[in-house]
Design a binder for this molecule. Structure first.
Ligand code: 13P
Length: 304
């Protein structure tokens, strides 16, 4: 089947199943182009909780599909490739969170959404890169456990000086491929370019940026800025939407090595197969889902 045939068949099945396709901003170009909604983690969570569809085909990595399933237990959430995990999310488990709570009994736990449902179940409130500063700022008390991304945590700490964040040694291997010298080289060549990066980048990289933002935050920034050229420090899948929405502007990847192999596992063929077979379904044990839902709902309430 060629892409047109695949897309036609996907659309037919989507109607038949009353399904919606949600895709993260890092997805393969052809997946982004057939999605009903593309967005950052926060937008996709919101959409998952609001849609009237019976089926959500989630084109992203497993923690994102799990978040959709946490928010919409009455819907079938399909993740077209169960191997699409997140190494950052895998760097902490529920037992680690329980141990942290024992060590710091008075500190609430903020979990970046890049965590498993089991970790979210042990968490007071979730956050995404779009709202982490607001979530941390909303909490009473000084000490806060912030897991699992130490770079996002360091960035949030720099914006919330009245708090003391207890960080975990987690990181995103894809964002770590972006080095300060990549930014400096490009900045040398394009001195008028604005530098926009994801806060999962190394602190030395974030310190060189004009703005550290969520993926959708970068899209908004690029739209609203008068600059013509942008150096983009994140997974290169984001460049598709940046270029599509700003055809008159130039976007330069900080590093072509910043490719998330897990995000790229989702293909049109796998989406079609998933809709045909109605699997693989994301299933979360009820007790974990209910506890995890509290932490995700608290986040959504704060930023609503
Ligand atoms: P956003 O929420 O900014 O889209 O980021 C998701 C992510 O996993 C970044 O690596």
């Amino acid at each position: 089947m060629n892409n047109t045939e695949l897309i036609n068949r996907i659309n037919e099945l989507k109607n038949k199943r009353n399904a919606i396709i949600l895709a993260h901003n890092y997805q393969n170009v052809e997946v982004q182009d057939i999605a009903d909604i593309t967005g950052d983690s926060l937008e996709l969570s919101r959409k998952a909780s609001q849609t009237k569809a019976d089926v959500i085909v989630f084109c992203g990595v497993s923690f994102m599909a799990e978040t959709a399933a946490i928010l919409s237990p009455e819907k079938k959430v399909l993740l077209p490739d169960t191997n699409a995990g997140c190494p950052l999310a895998n760097m902490i488990n529920a037992e680690d969170v329980i141990a942290l709570r024992k060590k710091y009994p008075n500190a609430p736990v903020v979990s970046y959404v890049n965590t498993s449902a089991a970790v979210k179940a042990e968490t007071d409130i979730a956050c995404t890169s779009a709202n982490a500063i607001k979530v941390v700022g909303s909490l009473k008390g000084k000490e806060i456990i912030f897991i699992p991304d130490k770079y996002l945590g360091t960035y949030v700490q720099s914006k919330t000086p009245d708090k003391k964040l207890i960080l975990w040694e987690g990181y995103c291997p894809t964002h770590l491929k972006i080095l300060p010298e990549h930014i400096l080289e490009l900045k040398n060549k394009y001195p008028d370019a604005k530098v926009i990066v994801h806060p999962e980048c190394r602190t030395e990289v974030a310190n060189l940026a004009d703005a550290a933002l969520s993926t959708s935050g970068m899209i908004k920034y690029a739209k609203e800025s008068n600059a013509k050229t942008f150096i983009v420090g994140t997974e290169i899948g984001l460049l598709h939407k940046l270029k599509k929405e700003n055809p008159e502007k130039t976007f330069l990847p900080a590093s072509n090595l910043a490719v998330c192999p897990n995000m790229k596992l989702i293909t049109l063929e796998k989406i079609l197969w998933s809709l045909e077979e109605m699997k693989p379904e994301v299933l979360i044990p009820k007790d974990i889902r209910e506890k995890a839902l509290n932490s995700v709902n608290r986040m959504i309430e704060i930023v609503a």
